[in-house]
Design a protein around this ligand. Structure first.
Ligand SMILES: NC(=O)c1ccc[n+]([C@@H]2O[C@H](COP(=O)([O-])OP(=O)(O)OC[C@H]3O[C@@H](n4cnc5c(N)ncnc54)[C@H](O)[C@@H]3O)[C@@H](O)[C@H]2O)c1
Length: 430
């Protein structure tokens, strides 16, 4: 049976598509833009899988020069620098192992921040204080108090910030959202969202980290767990101490888009149930989860299952289903379907969008024009807080009530809005 996971898909078809495109503006280098958009001098912090895809998307959007790269894995850093040089006519970016030195790189205007989530808050706030603009990858932060401190820092600094919810740029999603807001489906009474896929975590045996990887620096303010491939590069997303699981990592895209489509703020309460039924011993976050977000307007139910056979329909393994009184509207990345009540009809609308260059390109344009891009850190921090509250509800086994005016949760959950940093690091909300 053919098995396609998200990583191999993106590295295969997606990366190949990007690959052909980046030999447009990128390979001609900055000088070729004399008549084009002003060249923005960017750096990438966390030159791993997605950081490099963000950079390639920036080249595809055009008008960019990569002046610096930073990573705590020297092998990855070298590979990324060589690849970047190839993409911009041989000009090699300066490389750094230490993000503080990287942020001081002379002439750098903007940063693509694509480290794992536990390494978002400190460099982001430092970048704001240094007057840099930031394309910040999702989730905004590892914990809710970090996200609040980051939004406050961005407000103080008045810099350009775009958060990496690039799926907001999907034309199918935009069309579906406009349709839902137009009211034809009637009042939306419930929304289901889900992403099911078969995860294949790597080896969980503790072992020495690769010689090129500075594991102490990689763990940073998070707990320093014994290294094993199943918590290292890319695989950290299903480890509780680093990525905090599939809903926080990938599901967050749907939570964000459902909020946007229906104009939702924060839920009044969140409940979650699930467990580690198949992947126990290989990951530490639920492989099976149902979470209910009680928004004022309607409940949103999230489900994931990251094991077992494929869904009966590929459409619904990565989808949101909006149940209206008159119609059901099913939205996927490139397609939306309207199912009117009682007619047996299905109206299918398709629209493909190259979402990452669109989202990164919007950021670059904002850096030039100083006009705010579409995905603010305040709103992205709300989507992030939603999934973090669901994980708190899962861990505590209790319904978590959220007081949005005070930005705080009820009962035992209130102690979990912030994780203590490992010394010598200091939590930004301290
Ligand atoms: N927008 C999306 O659809 C999307 C998709 C995938 C990943 N992401 C996000 O991108 C970020 C990176 O994810 P990834 O899959 O590329 O992970 P990854 O593990 O492949 O890459 C992360 C890189 O950051 C480096 N790093 C860690 N700590 C560092 C530090 N202190 N200083 C410098 N470098 C450091 C690592 O060595 C690694 O090379 C995450 O926030 C993730 O959620 C977003």
């Amino acid at each position: 049976m053919e098995k396609i996971d998200r990583r191999s898909f993106t590295r295969g078809v997606g990366a190949a598509a990007l690959g052909t495109a980046i030999f447009g503006p990128g390979v001609r280098g900055a000088k070729a833009f004399a008549d084009g958009p002003r060249v923005v001098r960017v750096g990438v912090l966390g030159a791993g899988w997605w950081g490099m895809l963000d950079l390639k998307a920036a080249f595809k959007a055009g008008g960019v020069e990569a002046v610096a790269l930073c990573d705590v894995d020297s092998e990855r850093l070298e590979k990324a620098a060589a690849e970047t040089a190839g993409l911009q006519g041989g000009t090699r970016p300066k490389t750094y192992a230490d993000w503080r030195q990287f942020l001081s790189h002379p002439g750098m205007e903007a940063v693509i921040l694509a480290t794992p989530p536990h390494w978002h808050a400190l460099p982001f706030i430092a970048a704001m204080e240094r007057g840099l603009d930031v394309y910040l990858e999702k989730p905004v932060a590892y914990d809710i108090r970090e996200g609040q401190a980051m939004a406050a820092a961005a407000k103080r600094a008045g810099r350009i910030v775009q958060v990496g919810f690039q799926r907001r740029q999907s034309q199918a999603f935009k069309d579906a959202a406009a349709y839902l807001q137009g009211g034809a489906a009637g009042r939306i009474v419930q929304v289901d969202a889900q992403i099911h896929y078969a995860a294949n975590p790597p080896d969980a045996t503790p072992q020495a980290p690769p010689s090129s990887l500075d594991w102490e620096a990689w763990c940073g303010p998070a707990p320093k767990l014994p290294y094993a491939p199943n918590i290292g590069h890319f695989a950290w997303r299903l480890e509780e101490a680093y990525g905090n699981g599939h809903l926080v990592d990938w599901g967050i895209h749907w939570i964000d888009r459902v909020r946007l489509a229906l104009g939702l703020g924060m839920p009044k309460a969140v409940e979650a149930e699930g467990g580690l039924h198949v992947l126990k011993g290989r990951i530490t976050t639920p492989d099976t989860l149902t979470a209910q977000f009680e928004f004022e307007a309607c409940p949103l139910v999230w489900r994931h299952r990251i094991w077992g056979a494929a869904e009966w329909s590929p459409d619904t393994s990565n989808a949101a289903l909006f149940y209206g009184e008159k119609e059901t509207v099913v939205v996927t990345d490139d397609k939306w379907t309207v199912v009117p009540k009682g007619t047996g009809e299905r109206r299918v609308m398709e629209a493909k969008t190259d979402v990452l260059p669109a989202h990164v390109g919007e950021f670059l344009e904002s850096v030039r024009t100083r006009k705010a891009p579409s995905c603010s850190i305040e709103d992205a921090a709300r989507s992030t807080a939603c999934v973090q509250l669901a994980m708190i509800a899962y861990k505590t086994g209790a319904r978590v009530a959220w007081d949005d005016t005070r930005g705080t949760a009820s009962g035992p959950a209130s102690a979990l809005l912030k994780r203590e940093y490992r010394a010598p690091y200091k939590h930004p909300s301290a």
